[in-house]
Design a binder for this molecule. Sequence first.
Ligand code: HEC
Ligand code: HEC
Ligand code: HEC
Length: 128
Amino acid sequence: MYNGGKIIAGLVIFLGLVTFPIYYSVGKANPHPSPSLDTPAINQMKVKHCVESRSFMRANHMRLLRGWMQTVLSGKGCVYVSSTGEKYDMSWDTCWNCHSSKKQFCDRCHQYMAVDLPCWKCHSEPNT
Ligand code: HEC
Ligand code: HEC
Ligand code: HEC
């Protein structure tokens, strides 16, 4: 006779056993990344904010930077106007002004996610 409940319970246990070592080793080997916002420029800000909202930056900072490069290379200007009307130079230096420690900020996420930036072939990689 067909017993759906038992089959599903069996599957759940099976999946648990199969994936357990993965969850286990992820938790052990990689503590959660904690990009640090503790820099002089950010500590001085009254309202701490990035070029765009935090959630936007999390998801889109790579597209933003690539877009800046395209705009600069195509000669269409070098000033970015944010959604709140603030102006920023389309430059790496804009990021480094606030996120002055690449190691404590960018690298913490990138190393955790094993992201390798191809940018440093041409751009100078800050050693901070
Ligand atoms: C093949 C070489 C090359 C690579 C690789 C490269 N760039 Fe560029 N990038 C350039 C050149 C050339 C310019 C124009 C330089 C200028 O006018 O200042 C530029 C300009 C920029 C600018 C604006 C001006 C500045 O220098 O701050 C940004 C931002 C930028 N690139 C981001 C990136 C990002 C992000 C990556 C990696 C995803 C990347 N680039 C990879 C060659 C490269
Ligand atoms: C004016 C200072 C300033 C500039 C310029 C700036 N940031 Fe930020 N950034 C911040 C602050 C402050 C936060 C935290 C924002 C919050 O809590 O809302 C942040 C958050 C972020 C986050 C999200 C981090 C997280 O843990 O959620 C990313 C990614 C990021 N910035 C990347 C960049 C990049 C890339 C650039 C350059 C294009 C840049 N930022 C320019 C101040 C700045
Ligand atoms: C909150 C975590 C986090 C922080 C902080 C962060 N990044 Fe990233 N970054 C990522 C992730 C995740 C990816 C890969 C996303 C993907 O592949 O779609 C990425 C990808 C990128 C890329 C694209 C690489 C490529 O191959 O095109 C660039 C450029 C980049 N980050 C620049 C920066 C810079 C510069 C900083 C520091 C100012 C920074 N990121 C801080 C999480 C972060």
